[in-house]
Design a protein around this ligand. Structure first.
Ligand code: C2E
Ligand code: CA
Ligand code: CA
Length: 403
């Protein structure tokens, strides 16, 4: 379903089991972020603090404290832009009349679901949601100073994309991808801010912010007994400064994570000026225990090839080759030979951009260690990631280290 994955949906439901069921269905439908409230008051607080980020509210009618009707009245009066789906077990005639009421209050009502909701009716109602100014958001161009302000206000959050063992399908870790929770424009993707930051070497502030948040998240996973690693993208350009290795180590350790549980994905977007400082930083980071990954393998400039002398631990094959490796013979050759080369160099291999079973099968047969891509899961927030772990674990891929 196109678009659903960009939605932020708030589920307002006092019954824990029903709320969880809805949350899981939304996840199955591919909704990127689901928020939860147990009554109208909590919902209203979230709506007013997170407007206009919340796109759709799924609302029960009978709840303690503030019921659904009162919530809809307040939301309508506040001109909250979220669309609403009413979900209730009441008679159809009552639901119809609440529907009329909601519209009278100025609510954009997508429809009414008579409990229990099904994936089909939930999905088709979500499809009716027309994102506010979506076109504008896609065309957004932020200035460097706007992005830097967002970084200093800490408006960026890590999203996590699962990495699975390609054979056992066990969850091994996640790659962190930056998302900007923009106060006006909602969820903003990297293409709208990374280029500005990389252009004149301003990426380090964002990198440090994400390193800290990613390390803290991974620490909490590990405290729960989940034996997972976290991968963070580092622009090669930021390794020019020889103090970076120490800064990275400090921020990660301070957040309570042992560097052994973090992998740094080194991405090359520009031709490297100087090899020396980058080599010094990478050697130092490896010495401290960080894993080092060659990102976007197959696309880069020559710099990373020189860096193959660095003790890299992982090679990440670019999605440009992975996505079509089952239909394009040249891509398949690049994929298979990269995997063979990595194995001879003693590197773990990750294929990113796995979008189908056919590609996964080829990768598995070629001996690729890990897979990542939309076919497995899209990047998601920490809460959803923990749900993903639970589901993966329930499928018999347990990786709890039993702590
Ligand atoms: P990347 O490191 O190559 O990350 C993978 C990108 O591919 C992500 O896009 C991810 O959402 C997307 N992707 C994952 N699976 C699939 C798939 O199956 N099919 C397709 N078509 N795409 C898939 P995203 O999140 O938009 O990030 C784009 C790029 O922005 C990243 O590419 C990375 O180079 C950069 N980036 C993101 N976060 C950071 C960061 O914190 N620091 C730095 N330096 N760069 C970042
Ligand atoms: Ca990456
Ligand atoms: Ca990539």
């Amino acid at each position: 379903m196109p678009g659903v994955n960009n939605l932020i949906v708030l589920v307002v439901e006092d019954d824990d089991f029903q709320r969880l069921t809805l949350v899981q269905m939304l996840r199955v439908l591919g909704v990127q972020e689901v928020l939860e409230a147990g009554d109208g008051q909590q919902a209203l607080a979230l709506l007013s603090s997170l407007s206009p980020l919340i796109s759709v509210v799924i609302c029960d009618l009978e709840m303690p404290n503030m019921d659904g009707m009162e919530l809809l009245r307040h939301a309508g009066q506040a001109h909250n832009p979220a669309s609403v789906i009413i979900s209730s077990s009441k008679d159809q005639s009552l639901l119809d009349s609440v529907g009329v009421m909601a519209r009278a209050y100025g609510i954009n009502l997508l429809g009414v679901i008579k409990k229990p909701a099904t994936l089909k009716n939930l999905g088709s109602l979500l499809d009716r949601h027309v994102p506010l100014k979506r076109k504008d958001v896609n065309a957004l161009k932020f200035t460097l100073s706007e992005v830097l302000q967002g970084v200093s206000d800490k408006q960026f959050e890590p999203f996590f994309q699962p990495k699975l063992d390609s054979k056992t399908e066990k969850l091994l870790g996640a790659e962190v991808l930056a998302r900007w929770y923009h106060p006006e424009h909602g969820l903003v993707y990297p293409y709208a801010f990374i280029p500005q930051l990389e252009k004149d070497d301003h990426i380090i502030g964002l990198t440090m912010l994400l390193l800290e948040k990613a390390a803290a998240a991974c620490r909490t996973w590990r405290e729960r007994g989940l034996d997972l690693t976290v991968s963070v993208n580092i622009s090669l350009a930021s390794l020019n400064d020889t103090s970076i290795a120490n800064q990275i180590t400090d921020v990660v350790r301070l957040a309570g994570l042992d560097p052994r549980h973090m992998i740094l994905e080194i991405t090359e977007t520009m031709i490297m000026q100087e090899v020396g400082p980058a080599l010094e930083n990478l050697a130092r980071l490896r010495m401290r225990g960080f894993g080092l990954s060659v990102d976007d393998y197959g696309t880069g400039y020559s710099g990373l090839q020189q860096l193959m002398r660095v003790p890299f631990t992982e090679l990440k094959i670019d999605q440009g080759f992975v996505t079509d490796c089952s239909t394009n013979a040249a891509s398949r050759t690049v994929v298979e030979s990269s995997i063979a080369m990595a194995r001879r160099l003693g590197l773990k291999t990750v294929a990113e951009g796995v979008e189908g079973q056919a590609e996964w099968d080829i990768l598995k047969a070629a001996g690729c260690d890990m897979v990542q891509g939309y076919f497995i899961a899209k990047p998601m927030d920490n809460l959803m990631f923990l749900n993903f772990w639970t589901a993966n674990n329930a499928n018999g891929n347990g990786n709890s280290n039993g702590k």
